[in-house]
Design a protein around this ligand. Sequence first.
Ligand SMILES: Cc1cc2nc3c(=O)[nH]c(=O)nc-3n(C[C@H](O)[C@H](O)[C@H](O)COP(=O)(O)OP(=O)(O)OC[C@H]3O[C@@H](n4cnc5c(N)ncnc54)[C@H](O)[C@@H]3O)c2cc1C
Length: 408
Amino acid sequence: MSADIRNEFPPPSMNISFDNTENAFAYKSVKELKRARFLFSSMGYQWVVNAGVRLTPFAMKTGLPVRGLIRDTIFQQFVGGETLEETAVVGDVLQKYGVDVILDYGVEGREGEESFELATEEFIRVISYASTRTNIPFISIKVTALARFSLLQRLHEAPRLRSGIHDNEAEEEEWKRVRERMLRICSVASIKNVGVLVDAEESWIQDPVDRLTIEMMEMFNKDRPIVYNTIQLYRHDRLGFLELSYRIATQKKFVLAVKLVRGAYMQKERSRASHRGVQSPIHANKQSTDADFNAAVTFCIDNLENIACIVASHNEESNLLAAELMEKKGLPFKHPHLHFSQLYGMSDHITFNLAKAGFSVSKYLPFGPLKDVIPYLMRRAQENSSVSGGTGRELALIKKELKRRSGK
Ligand SMILES: Cc1cc2nc3c(=O)[nH]c(=O)nc-3n(C[C@H](O)[C@H](O)[C@H](O)COP(=O)(O)OP(=O)(O)OC[C@H]3O[C@@H](n4cnc5c(N)ncnc54)[C@H](O)[C@@H]3O)c2cc1C
């Protein structure tokens, strides 16, 4: 690290506890906490989550009157609002507690050239808005909002197509338009100095997403991180991919920028692999995922001069590991290359306590019309179901805070 950075942000000594629910929920009223308690209790019943995940998309499509129920429960908990204007209010509340925002226009599953153009325009509008705020350093995007899923899948499957040799002119033109959309987004982001985090999605479309993102990093990350790729450490090949990305960045002289996640599509990945009778790309067990995630955190912090890293996790141990490594190395907590993030509606005990200790930390805050954020909400329901164990953790903390406030 340069002497300049050390002088500008001297390292404080660490005083951090994730047990402090008073800090964690200071921004929530008792009424809001009770509503969250009800939601997380319901998600503790596996049959409720299963039924919800199966029936909600159908109910929304067929016009059944479930909108109000969804809006008052799971949407309210995990989403900033239906519009950018509504979401701005949540962003302002978070700012009061020293918490940043990663704005996510969370529309998923829309296909067609017109939709891809509209999404590009919306991403650019979000970047412009972010650049006017002091607590929105990043926005997040999905390449599937800019490109046909089956095109990405074709590019992923056929190495010949990936190398640029293409025997389908229409698809070649289509891919050029995708690249041009990405270029437009990243150019505006670079001018306005707002980071663009490219989400990782299903493993069977990831290769063209990685290639495009690395190309953008090469163009826009010459002297500071603007474009970030996402590394899913629940995949057994991704720690190696992180190291490979770093070698490419070193050779081509750009700042590697990565968001580290475990991964959100585990059930889908496993069932696809088992239907096809092939090896699953996911680690055989949670311990191996955790080991790779923590190794990735260590690798990034060991090379923090040339890697910008966002630790995007609700895992206490992984967050503590990153915080402790920073302290051990005498690095400033507000180092411009290290950021923490949790999803809005989850793990406030980590977010607000990290912020209080002086780290840069943000909430990943999606927004969009209710019907378009349903896939995102279904993933949150599954993540917080009794099978994954997420519910117990959130629920216990909310109950603890309600008890503290009632003085019992
Ligand atoms: C800011 C932010 C951005 C995100 N962006 C993305 C993204 O672009 N793409 C994406 O896919 N996800 C993304 N996520 C979602 C993220 O993947 C999940 O929230 C995350 O996997 C939950 O894990 P955790 O690190 O919070 O820790 P934990 O709660 O400790 O771990 C749970 C995770 O461990 C893994 N796991 C659980 N059981 C097993 C098992 N038996 N074997 C192997 N692995 C197992 C799964 O990935 C599961 O989600 C993002 C999350 C955040 C906070």
